[in-house]
Ligand binder design. Sequence first.
Ligand SMILES: Nc1ncnc2c1ncn2[C@@H]1O[C@H](COP(=O)(O)OP(=O)(O)OP(=O)(O)O)[C@@H](O)[C@H]1O
Ligand SMILES: [Mg+2]
Length: 250
Amino acid sequence: MLYEQKLIDELKRFETDEHYAREKCELPAEGKLDPVNQNYYESEKPKIHDKMKEELRKVQGWNKSLLSNIPLRFSEVSFFNFECKTESDKKNLDSVIKFVERKNNEGVLILTGKRGTGKTHLGAAAVRDKLGYYVVIEDLIYKIESSLNFKSDQTEEEVFRDFATKEFLVIDEIGRSLKREKEIEILSYILRKRYDNRLPTIIITNLEKRVLLKTVGEAVADRLCETGTTVEFTGESYRVLKRKEMNDAA
Ligand SMILES: Nc1ncnc2c1ncn2[C@@H]1O[C@H](COP(=O)(O)OP(=O)(O)OP(=O)(O)O)[C@@H](O)[C@H]1O
Ligand SMILES: [Mg+2]
């Protein structure tokens, strides 16, 4: 189950189910409470309620948090506002949710396909639900190159270590920058380290899977084939669909 959905369900249950609320306060779920426990319950219940609401707010606001690195454009996206107009939208949504829900996940999910089909939307939705981190490969290259400057507050090694150990990482726009060699070098290193650290990663690209595997070189390609699942976004661009809808309505 998605973490956000779980929190929503738990909060609702806490508000409406007295037995559940008492259990959460570590009190007997059944029977009349003695006055001491009753007092304890009345003082504890609002505190636990606030904590649950706070955790839900954290997840729902994660894409706006600097800690997620999500661009403003995607600050509101989630699995809940991904519309399924076509079968392929539904399949794509299901595949990403399945990956996010995996227990002990150490895999790689490759989102590939045409422009405007919702890859970044679903990547950002995954970051929100996992309280993860989003990065565009070009910015990652820039970060690593800047770390070589002696004035930088992080060394190259520290930047690499940081990305190799993030609990949940989404790397977007692979294959778009002009620094292809550098992209491969960085991606190979980070994927290898994350594989060793058994941490999950989503990579997003417009390149076809065949081209991507060729681009990243044999070693990474082997690893991607071993731990990777690919979702091909084949539908029509959502941007075009929206424009058409607006034209039809006018
Ligand atoms: N099924 C959908 N439901 C709601 N919004 C969607 C859906 N698909 C795409 N969008 C929205 O359409 C816009 C384009 O989608 P997105 O940026 O995710 O596409 P993309 O596949 O990453 O494209 P590109 O390859 O150009 O980066 C975004 O604003 C996104 O939130
Ligand atoms: Mg995108």
